[in-house]
Every structure is written in C-alpha cells, then in structure tokens.
Write a protein that binds this ligand. Structure first.
Ligand code: 13P
Length: 240
C-alpha cells in the first residue's frame, strides 16, 4: 500500500501555479518514490491545465468536490465524469468545510458513488469538532460519519480523518489520539483502505504522523501550497 501524500489547495492559487506544480512533478523524477503516491487537488479551473502540465505524471490530479449526478440542469455544478474527462483521478468528498456549509452524510455517500461511477477514487473525509472530542464522542461521531458516508459495497476508496479543530489552526492531534482513531477507523473499513490524517500537517511533524500505525498518508492544506513543503512532507514518508 503506497503512502498517499495529498495536497488540498482549497480556494487558493491561480493559473500560473500550474507551473510550480509541473516543476514539482519533474523534481519527483529524482526522488525515491516507489513507496509514495503524490496528489494535488487544485480548484476546478486549474485541473486540466495541471494535468497537462504535469507531463511526467509523478503527481496525480484530483478535485475537491463533485456533484452526485452525471449531467443535467444544475447550474454551477461539476460532475465526477467531467473531472475524470479533465484528467482527475481522485475527488475529495465530505470535507468538513463543506459539511459545515450543510453537506450531510447522505450527500457525501451520493458523491462517493458518483466518483465510482466515473472511475475516480473518492477521498471521504470525516472528523469530530473540539466540542465533540471534549464530550468524549469523537469515536462515535467518526463512526457514524463513516457508516453514513461510505456507500455500501464501496471498495476502492480512501478515508481522511481530519479533526475539525486541527484544520488550519496549527494544532495537531496527539500521536496517541491519531493512533487510536486510525485503529478505530481500520476496524470499520478493513485492511485495504488507506486512512489519511489531515490537520496542520507540516514538514516538521510529517515524519512522526506518517510513521504512526494505520496512517497511510496525509491530506495537507496550507503546507501543500508551497512545493518545497509538500516535497519535504513526501520525502518524510517511511519506506515500509
Ligand atoms: P491544513 O493542513 O491547512 O490544516 O488543512 C487540512 C485540510 O483541511 C486538508 O483537507
């Protein structure tokens, strides 16, 4: 199982950034990368250009969301099929920033099914708020999100555990908490699913996080905007 180093650019970037992504793609040529898979999920308008520019194909391209339906009168939406047509291989679904805007487990499950239909791999995000953690409910919340968001009979998917309070705050979960939550998720999804950790992953903490049992990669926000940081995180992945 390759460690997945996934960058989520969120609503950052501009067309010119595709050049730095392409530079990173070429840089990986000289990097020991048998044990890693590197992915960048830029905003929709940059997906095709990033795919074309990353000609060495050492980085894969993904999206941050998709619509559940293939086509129709849904102004402003983008289908999983369109993303696949533009070169995307992955799509993030159910990110906490979208759940906070009203996305429910059933929506996330429908989007994950759309990803399968289009031949994309969904990265299904789950994670508790600080309030839920402090009330001792973190495991139950994440378990309910997984049960509700992973479609029945789903096989080729990735789970990203992102504690909401660790996203963009510089606060990283304790390694012991990551280990315990990832073991819990492992029990729910089985041995063949990669489980990523996300929340303030940086070059300085990546080795410890990626070296934790049942952590099969990272979903990186802020640090993925800087190719040197993303590259440092990729290099800190353990060679199993
Ligand atoms: P940060 O790495 O900026 O905390 O963001 C994490 C995240 O939300 C990735 O999806």
């Amino acid at each position: 199982m390759k460690t997945l180093i996934a960058g989520n650019w969120k609503m950052h970037g501009q067309q010119a950034w595709t050049v730095k992504a392409a530079g990173f793609d070429r840089l990986l040529e000289a990097t020991d990368r048998e044990h890693i898979e590197v992915l960048i999920c830029p905003p929709y308008p940059f997906i095709r250009e990033m795919f074309v520019a990353s000609a060495a194909r050492h980085i894969k391209i993904g999206a941050q969301n998709c619509h559940a339906i293939e086509k129709g009168a849904h102004t402003g939406e983008v289908s999983a099929e369109m993303l696949a047509d533009c070169g995307a291989e992955y799509v993030i679904v159910g990110h906490s920033e979208r759940r906070a805007a009203g996305e429910r487990d059933s929506d996330v499950s429908a989007k994950a099914s759309a990803a399968f239909r289009a031949g994309l791999t969904p990265i299904i995000c789950v994670g508790e708020t600080l309030e839920q953690r402090e009330a001792g409910n973190a495991n139950n919340v994440v378990e309910a999100q997984i049960i509700g968001s992973v479609p029945d009979s789903a096989e080729n998917f990735v789970v990203a555990y992102e504690p909401v309070w660790a996203i963009g705050t510089g606060k990283v979960a304790e390694i012991s908490d990551i280990k315990s939550m990832h073991a819990h998720i492992r029990g729910l999804v089985g041995d063949n699913v990669r489980i990523l950790y996300g929340g303030s992953v940086k070059p300085g903490n990546a080795a410890a996080i990626l070296g934790t049992e049942n952590v099969n990669g990272a979903l990186i926000g802020g640090a993925s905007l800087n190719m040197a940081d993303l590259s440092a995180i990729a290099r800190s992945a353990p060679k199993n």
